[in-house]
Design a binder for this molecule. Structure first.
Ligand SMILES: C[S@@+](CC[C@H](N)C(=O)[O-])C[C@H]1O[C@@H](n2cnc3c(N)ncnc32)[C@H](O)[C@@H]1O
Length: 233
């Protein structure tokens, strides 16, 4: 492949078929934000080594966009999720989907749905499920990341843990994408907005793009200055 056709391949949008599959997948990422995520992952310079990694996969919607970007850029996507759902997915909460409960154990289990979504899209060779608690996986994770997408638990502890454990692993030149960032509290919960603020305040990230509630930042060649949670300042 020539240099110009390789660049065109990297810049291309997902196929209509992939977009249709992403639209049909269960989950919470609007199509325009999925495309922005795809662009962000494709735009990471090839010299920036490392895989893509998302925290929070649910049934695989965002994994389709990022998996397609991984394929186009010669990378791999790791998808970290315990597949037991976030707080808001549990019985009695707004985003509970009863058919996702495994009756044998009485707990949510989105892993079979995730696997099916990825398999149907032909992305199993570039999308690797890591089933576990985000903080536990982070404790043993060392390779730098070309892109980190934070879309796991949106409560205060999970969101701030995800930032604290994983953001330092983004490689210089790599991207940090955060979902459900709502500057106006009337639009949604605070923790994703707070960690976005911490990333900017750390001096190690600059903002590149916003689309809906998605924010895409780039890691500078600078260490993260320590920041604390707003509620404990
Ligand atoms: C908002 S959903 C992810 C949506 C997904 N990105 C999409 O495109 O539809 C959040 C996911 O994070 C997972 N999750 C929440 N807290 C977690 C934690 N501490 N460790 C691992 N996964 C977690 C939940 O199981 C859930 O599937």
């Amino acid at each position: 492949m020539s240099t110009s056709s390789a660049a065109a391949e990297r810049a291309a949008e997902p196929s209509a078929e992939l977009r249709r599959r992403a639209d049909e997948a269960r989950g919470f990422l609007p199509p325009e934000e999925g495309l922005a995520l795809h662009r962000a992952a494709c735009a990471v310079r090839a010299e920036v080594a490392g895989p893509l990694l998302e925290i929070g996969s649910y049934c695989g919607k965002s994994a389709l966009y990022l998996g397609d970007a991984a394929r186009r850029t010669g990378r791999v996507l790791f998808c970290v999720d315990h597949h037991r759902g976030s707080e808001e997915n549990q019985l009695g909460w707004e985003w509970h989907e009863p058919d996702l409960v495994d009756p044998a154990v009485g707990l949510l289990d989105t892993l079979p749905h995730f696997r099916r979504t990825v398999q149907d899209a032909g992305l199993e060779d570039v999308v690797v499920a890591v089933v576990g608690e985000s903080a536990t996986v982070a404790r043993w994770w060392t390779p730098p990341l070309a892109l980190l997408f934070i879309d796991g638990g949106h409560g205060e502890d999970p969101a701030h843990h995800d930032y604290e454990c994983w953001a330092p692993l983004v490689a210089p030149g790599g991207r940090l994408a955060i979902h459900d960032v709502f500057p106006d509290p009337a639009d949604g919960g605070r923790p994703p907005y707070e960690i976005y603020g911490r990333a900017l305040a750390s001096g190690a990230f600059v903002e590149l793009e916003g689309c809906g509630s998605l924010r895409v930042l780039q890691r500078l060649d600078a260490p993260l200055r320590p920041t604390s949670r707003p509620s404990v300042r």
